[in-house]
Design a protein around this ligand. Structure first.
Ligand code: SF4
Length: 475
């Protein structure tokens, strides 16, 4: 029995930021190759600090859903998962036993050799008439002068595709390092040019920066010969650029993920159900088989199924509520509040009303996981005096990069910002010394522990320390 965990970046601002990771997780769930597929995020919930508590099995493969190696895959994710590893991840990955689970951390999907096939598939979609006489391929990466690894993979893929011989020319260009894509016409000779962005998702770069830098007008752009251009600065004939979608959103990425997980798994023994996790969910189902009040919702048995609805909708006629019947349907209801604002922290007291979910016993845990990520596991541990808390000072000390500044926050700033941010949250701040004597497991609906400051609070604290708080939404 084995769990697969996909790790995405996520966002405190943009509900679409995690869409690709959710979509791949769903696809892999439908394929049924893993006993469980779970998502975890740097800037959303379940957080990287929580996600391993939420998996059901003792054999866990963790795949960073990033397009290249770098700060997140080598520093942030291993640190937050507690892998005890920092720096480049070896090709075979890193395996550790954490909290009774064997955790195998892989390289990001973007560095897998099969990404060359995905680039080729994107190129063929954009220009089906590719031929080795008159078609050039441009693999376009972001690039950064801070980390050579991020461009290395773009060059490696270009080399593989060059060897494949399908294109007259294969070039690599970047947005933020040399060779920059703005000068592509000085180097690309072929009349037909397929441009494939080696990016994880559709976004600001693929929709705006790249088209603007190059002068693209759509999926197909004809660049006429410029008779006034410097001799030799560009071909003296027209070139047509076919612009593909980014590689990271191609369905074949699912195959790359499966391959990565298989490579990481090797010939190891299969895992079991993790005992503490099972006990927590058995206790939850026991309560729900009568009536359970948890946070802002009420769960009760209805004709062999479970019904979930906002506690303030208790007593409302079913006809007056929107009915969903899948965990994903519940996920859709809880991402935004009633004003359509994004809820990056799910325990904020802003759950929208007006819906109900009817779910079978098998689907209830996933629906509750999407509603209140990691809340069942952490509350059950607290109920049994087994939840470990991380005080603010330790959370601050752990931060690196742009968040290292939070170490400068004074106790007054910590108090004031957390009062502000946490004031609207159901959770009790154990990390700040608050006491929680009873949880929803003993009948107190809002009895939910917060074991450590969440990333929204850390981001707000950074804004405070840098004097920018209140000047705009946090990243
Ligand atoms: Fe809620 Fe505050 Fe904990 Fe974040 S740090 S989860 S806002 S109590």
């Amino acid at each position: 029995m084995r769990s697969l965990v996909l790790i995405g970046h996520g966002s405190h601002l943009n509900p679409e930021s995690s869409a690709a990771v959710y979509a791949y997780a769903d696809l892999l769930r439908q394929r049924g190759l893993f006993d469980e597929v779970v998502e975890g995020y740097w800037k959303e919930e379940p957080s990287l600090r929580q996600v391993l508590k939420t998996v059901r099995y003792t054999d866990v493969t963790v795949i960073p859903m990033f397009i290249s190696e770098g700060y997140f895959t080598e520093t942030v994710i291993p640190r937050e998962l507690g892998l005890g590893h920092q720096g480049p991840v070896p090709p075979q990955g890193v395996a550790r036993v954490i909290g009774g689970r064997t955790v195998r951390y892989t390289l990001p999907y973007g560095v897998h050799p099969r990404m060359s096939e995905v680039i080729l598939a994107r190129a063929r979609e954009a220009y089906p008439a590719i031929n080795a006489d008159d078609t050039a391929l441009i693999v376009l990466g972001h690039g950064t002068t801070r980390n050579e690894n991020s461009s290395k993979i773009v060059h490696q893929n270009a080399e593989r595709l060059r060897e494949g011989g399908e294109f007259a020319e294969v070039h690599t260009f970047f947005l933020d390092q040399e060779p920059k894509v703005v000068g592509w016409r000085q180097q690309v000779k072929a009349k037909n040019v397929v441009l494939v962005p080696f990016f994880a998702s559709e976004g600001w770069h693929t929709l705006e920066t790249i088209p603007e830098d190059i002068g693209l007008t759509g999926e197909v752009t004809v660049f006429e010969s410029d008779l006034e251009a410097e001799p030799g600065s560009q071909p003296d004939y027209a070139q047509t650029v076919y612009y593909s979608k980014p590689v990271g959103t191609h369905p074949a990425i699912a195959e790359v993920i499966i391959q990565l997980a298989e490579d990481a798994h090797g010939a190891s023994a299969q895992g079991d159900v993790e005992r503490g996790h099972q006990e927590a969910w058995n206790a939850l189902l026991q309560l729900a088989s009568d009536t359970l009040r948890l946070g802002e919702v009420i769960v009760r048995p209805v004709e062999g199924m479970f019904e979930l609805r906002h506690a303030l909708d208790e007593g409302k006629a079913n006809e007056g509520l929107r009915t969903v019947v899948t965990p994903e349907g519940v996920g859709e209801q809880v991402r935004l509040d009633e004003r359509g604002e994004y809820r990056p922290v799910h325990t904020l007291r802003s759950l929208a009303r007006g819906w109900r979910a009817v779910l079978c016993e098998r689907d209830l845990p996933r629906a509750l996981h999407l509603l209140y990520p990691a809340v069942v596991e952490e509350s059950y541990a607290h109920h049994h005096h087994a939840l470990r808390c991380t005080p603010w000072a330790a959370t601050a000390r752990r931060q690196t990069g742009i968040y290292a500044k939070v170490q400068k926050a004074t106790p007054q700033q910590v108090e004031s910002v957390s009062n502000d941010v946490c004031g609207g949250c159901l959770k009790t701040r154990l990390w700040a010394g608050e006491a929680l004597h009873q949880t929803f497991f003993s009948g107190v609906p809002g009895g939910i522990p917060c074991a450590e400051a969440c990333t929204l609070l850390v981001a707000e604290m950074r804004e405070e320390v840098t004097g920018k708080r209140g000047q705009g939404a946090v990243a």
